[in-house]
Design a protein around this ligand. Structure first.
Ligand SMILES: Cc1cc2nc3c(=O)[nH]c(=O)nc-3n(C[C@H](O)[C@H](O)[C@H](O)COP(=O)(O)OP(=O)(O)OC[C@H]3O[C@@H](n4cnc5c(N)ncnc54)[C@H](O)[C@@H]3O)c2cc1C
Length: 391
């Protein structure tokens, strides 16, 4: 049964066209392979090329680099659809490349770097990842230690990154390194080619959900790269990371919207078909009301997410707070919906031949990745208290 959707005051015809093309791509290129990729622990690398051909890897980037020059709302619509292929990990791997690894390159890098790395990445010829987190520095990004020592026209990089999506097969890393003193002002971003001498991939980490995306440990031992690989100015890396977190968080919020739609749709079909004590589940008020709650959570998440996307696209004040609210609410809502749909299916909700247990596991990470829910609350409360002049 197709899910009714409230008319949107944000979306235009171009967004709906993108939605249709993404949905067709998912039916053709993702869902038929989802079970295999989840079992393999990684999706096929040629999907990057196919996604590029469909125009999905450069949605918001300038046309001169091969992008489509669209807005954050377009990214949201794309994410909603890509995640419905019953393999959240596949959508995560694609967006970790197209949004997480490429956004600072697109906005802050020199034209030379864009030509060498951004354009081929948008064409799906190179795979990128973002390397920020370290064993001792996750939420507290500013405490990261991976060092880039200046030696003539080179940086010599030593250190370690962990939990890096696409890390075991990326051609380059948008890498956060310490070029100066301790603290946020000593961090810079560089493009790091993974064929650099001294670079090693550690374990591919086995994880609870998003199992078709590879997640790696990365090691750097006296790796030499040119200073010209630096993205933007030295010492401004933390600013670039913070100002681009918005895009990453919107991706997660939009994933949540898509997953809720998919799960509620599956749930509505089941509630109509499954008879208990002579009546369909959907005839019981307890389930009817739970669907009402789930639809309300879905539409509330969508509204917050689209509003945040609009503010971010327009560069309006309040964008960061709106994004944090959307991500915080989305992670909570999608976890509740996944639990409800699991419960609705009784024993079958536990069986791996349905996508329900997979989605249930996948969404557990939504309150962690791209900034935890505790950090979202910190950002929101800081904005609110500062606005009132009491912060
Ligand atoms: C599957 C997966 C993929 C990932 N992909 C990438 C990637 O591609 N690139 C990358 O750089 N990183 C990636 N990460 C790392 C991710 O961004 C971090 O896991 C996340 O930022 C949390 O950091 P942490 O794991 O070190 O937890 P910690 O920072 O140690 O947090 C532990 C707990 O403490 C809480 N906490 C932290 N600070 C505060 C505070 N001030 N007040 C109250 N509570 C607080 C947190 O909310 C959390 O509940 C990925 C992680 C996972 C699991």
């Amino acid at each position: 049964m197709a899910l009714p959707r409230l008319p949107s005051i944000y979306l235009a015809d171009e967004h709906e066209a993108l939605r249709r093309s993404a949905a067709a791509f998912v039916d053709r290129e993702i869902r038929p392979h989802a079970d295999q990729w989840e079992a393999d622990g990684v999706f096929a690398s040629d999907l990057y090329g196919k996604a590029a051909e469909a125009g999905f890897l450069g949605v918001r980037y300038e046309e001169r680099w091969g992008g489509s020059g669209l807005d954050f709302l377009s990214t949201c619509v794309l994410c909603e659809e890509l995640v419905k292929g019953d393999s959240v990990g596949t959508a995560v791997g694609l967006l970790a490349h197209s949004e997480f690894a490429l956004s600072t390159l697109a906005d802050e890098a020199s034209d030379e770097l864009k030509q060498t790395w951004l354009a081929p990445a948008i064409r799906g010829e190179l795979i990128g990842c973002i390397g920020v987190s370290e064993p001792g520095a996750g939420s507290d990004v500013a405490s990261m230690k991976t060092q880039a020592r200046r030696d003539g026209d080179d940086y010599v990089i030593s250190g370690q990154k962990t939990y890096i999506t696409n890390g075991t097969r990326a051609n380059f890393i948008t890498l956060a390194v310490r070029t100066g003193d301790a603290g946020p002002g000593g961090i810079s971003l560089v493009v790091f080619p993974t064929d650099t001498k001294g670079f090693e991939i550690g374990r591919r980490l086995d994880k609870l959900g998003s199992r078709a995306s590879d997640t790696g440990e990365l090691y750097f031992d006296e790796c030499r790269i040119p200073v010209s690989n630096r993205i933007g100015e030295e010492g401004r890396g933390m600013r670039y990371i913070l100002s681009h977190f918005g895009g990453e968080r919107l991706v997660i919020a939009a994933f949540a919207v898509g997953i809720m739609e998919r799960l509620i749709e599956i749930g509505m079909d089941h509630a109509g078909e499954r008879k208990v004590f002579g009546s369909s589940l959907s005839s019981y008020q307890t389930w009817r009301h739970r669907f009402a709650d789930m639809m309300t959570q879905l539409e509330a998440t969508r509204a917050l997410t689209y509003q945040a996307a609009r503010l971010l696209s327009d560069g309006e004040p309040g964008g960061d707070m709106a994004v944090s609210m959307a991500k915080l609410y989305a992670a909570d809502a999608v976890q509740k919906v996944a639990a409800e749909i699991l419960q609705l299916h009784g024993g079958y909700g536990q069986i791996e031949e349905s996508p329900i247990p997979r989605y249930y596991r996948d969404v557990a990470g939504f309150s962690i990745g791209a900034g935890t829910s505790e950090i979202m609350r910190e950002i929101i409360s800081r904005s609110v208290l500062n606005t009132k002049g009491s912060g």
